[in-house]
Design a protein around this ligand. Structure first.
Ligand code: PEP
Ligand code: MN
Length: 356
């Protein structure tokens, strides 16, 4: 349920509604806009009398939102949400934001070398993995805390905000101390404890879609971030399992471009596309970057390495800094072309609500 207060509602009237929600053991998510306050309910709405809420002083309306991800739905928050990472604004009408860097942090020198080039190519946020999710226990697992220190130092040295993956809730405080954005990877999309612990830091959460999850399922888990008091969510489409059967797979995953306009329609939060993991092939990263921006992504996450044959993980999908520069230039052009096309790249079109 979403409770819309009258623009004239007093502080006491708002507090009475919050008190009513809390009195039956539910939590209130309060969204104070310029004109009105909207209050969302976290928990089992059956515990609360809909008509009683509607009749309370200062209440304009109470609306039942049917989707399981009501706090991040467009019905609850109609206009696009902008998430700030340092000075960088992501989402809404802001130009695309680029996050780039190596899959794994291998040493201070490696990260600094790549980060300098990535920054020169126009990327805004530096990525680098320190706690790597790996299928094989025999592969490189990441440098752990040492990697986090390199990321923090390189980020500071170059004046770039950083993002890194957090794999376990026991590391939440350590990772949050070293980085600006916490990434929850595809394999942990269903990890409630990790999501809740990460959300509670209040830091922006870069939340990747699981490669075998439905969009509703994905948004239901993203809802937990807001339910834990954190509205700084960056959603990420990173590819789903490809069809293959007994045939040779041409790509590691299938970047689900459908998901981008669907997510834009369902939720006002920013959507980032990851064509590196979405394809697993460096030659496909540029074309799929263009396509992702054209389909409405607010930014891209790109894996970059200057010596991909030596990379300790995901070398096959790492593009060179030179290609990154090209990706950013072309993606910016695609974004501008769409914005400037004769019917402006209106939120109606992007949100899929335009009628012919
Ligand atoms: C990554 O970003 O390096 C990563 C492992 O991503 P994903 O969780 O999408 O596989
Ligand atoms: Mn990777």
């Amino acid at each position: 349920m979403s409770i819309v207060m009258k623009p004239s509602a007093t502080r006491d009237e708002i507090d009475d509604v919050i008190h009513k929600i809390k009195s039956v053991g539910l939590r209130a998510d309060v969204s104070s806009g310029e004109y009105q306050t909207v209050i969302g309910i976290v928990g089992d709405e059956k515990k609360i009398d809909f008509d009683q809420i509607k009749s309370m002083d200062g209440v304009f309306d109470a609306i039942r939102i049917q989707v399981p991800y009501r706090l991040i739905s467009r019905s609850y928050i109609p206009s696009d949400v902008t998430v700030k990472v340092g000075d960088i604004a992501i989402g809404g009408e802001n130009p695309p934001v680029y996050m780039a860097g190596p899959c794994s942090i291998e040493s201070y020198e490696q990260l600094y070398r790549i980060a300098r080039e990535v920054k020169g190519a126009g990327a805004h946020i530096l990525r680098g993995g320190a706690f790597k999710p790996r299928t094989s226990v025999h592969s490189f697992q990441g440098l752990g805390v040492e990697g986090l220190e390199h990321l923090q130092n390189v980020g500071k040295d170059l004046g770039m905000p950083t993002v890194t993956e957090i794999r376990s809730e026991v590391d939440v405080d350590t990772v949050a101390r070293h980085t600006d954005v916490l990434q929850i990877g595809a394999r942990n999309m269903f990890n409630q404890d990790l999501i809740e612990a990460a959300a509670k830091t209040g830091k922006p959460i870069f939340f990747k879609r699981g490669f075998s999850s439905q969009i509703d399922e994905y948004l239901s888990f993203a809802e937990r971030i807001v339910a834990n008091g954190n509205r700084n969510i960056l959603l990420c489409e990173r590819g789903i399992l490809p069809l293959g059967g007994s045939f040779k797979l041409q790509t590691r995953f299938t970047l689900d471009l459908n998901a981008i306009p669907v997510l834009r329609k369902e939720t006002p939060f920013p959507i980032i596309a990851d064509p590196s993991h979405g394809t697993g092939r460096r030659d496909l990263v540029l074309p799929m970057s263009r396509a992702a921006i054209a389909s409405g992504a607010h930014g891209l996450m790109i894996e970059v390495h200057d010596r991909p044959q030596e990379a300790l993980s995901d070398g096959a999908q790492a593009v060179s800094p030179h290609i990154l520069k090209k990706i950013i230039r072309i993606s910016d052009l695609v974004y501008k072309a769409i914005r400037e096309s004769e019917s402006p790249f209106s939120s109606d079109i992007r949100n899929g609500t335009e009628h012919s």
